[in-house]
Design a protein around this ligand. Sequence first.
Ligand code: PLP
Length: 377
Amino acid sequence: MIPFLDLKRINEPYSEAIQQAVQRVATSGWYILGQEVESFERQFATYCQVKHCIGVANGLDALTLVLKAWDFPTGCEVIVASNAYIASILSISHAGLTPVFVEPGSRTYLLDPARIEAAITSRTKAILAVHLYGHCCDMEPINALAQRYGLRVLEDAAQAHGAIYKGKRAGALGHAAGWSFYPSKNLGALGDAGAITTDDDELASRLRALRNYGSAQKYLNQYAGYNSRLDAIQAAVLSVKLTQLDVTNDRRRAIALRYLTTITNPDIILPPSDQIEQDVWHLFVIRHPKRNALRDYLQKQGIGTDIHYPVPPHRQEAYAHLANQSFPISEQLHQEVVSLPLNPTITDEEVDYVIETINSMGNKWQDQQGRKTERVV
Ligand SMILES: *Cc1c(COP(=O)(O)O)cnc(C)c1O
């Protein structure tokens, strides 16, 4: 049995170092912000090649706090890909802003720069560029448009720890970036954790206050802030795991390359492969016209898969007021995507078994009518 993801196995190699880190915090007598958090913030800022890292409670808060810190009038618009993860969309709503969806590129699955301009209105204030699956959005044209229209650019880098775009790291590609260290991410904590990276001094100090009741100085509150602090124990764990991020990303790339070069089943659309060395392969997402049948077949052969994601944001109950909109590319992607097991701890033998199973499945998975699904992309 090859599970889609086994977090126990992921954290096993760090076991001793993590225990030492946790023990260090436990015996320090200092549990909120302080040295462990500052130390991780410094290391992660250096890793991303930015001036500031601000640790917060989770990825959703990271994105929400940046949008709140920018202080746009309520109801202003943020442009985002219509197939983004729900947390990306929620951050816009929670900041009192309105998500404006544009279809992703039909091969990149990322925000399509060619479709942004048509979505800009007098109320547009920002672009949320979600580096979905570990691939960076095409930031050059996105930043050029933002500059032309006076918009802010926020990266959602929650799936892109270590990803590179034109020589720069994710997290250094816009005005600010939100990070999640949810346990399954490329850099994952042992619980909830998140951060913001930015080169903007003013924004950074505002965010440091906002995450801590709006207070930069104890008992003096400049803003009506929040409690969204990166936990000291999680910061200590993240400092341990950050040292191996490039190594684990390299392993992910090697597995992605193996999948890309040896999956030959003609019914499968593989993910884009033009940036293998820059991408960090948080997820390896293939497409198949009968996705559910494929999943069932793989499950029977002992291979766990997952779907990222089954329902587009505008079809979620929470966004019923947007349900009158139509995004055919997104809707088709949500019906066809399947994520194969890809993480630093699966072995070459396991990867080969997945590939062999997929390549040899023939028509065994097909439904009895052998129906063909119409493709729009
Ligand atoms: C995980 C994730 C988030 C949210 O992170 P949490 O820490 O779970 O709040 C946001 N955006 C993307 C793209 C993610 O993958």
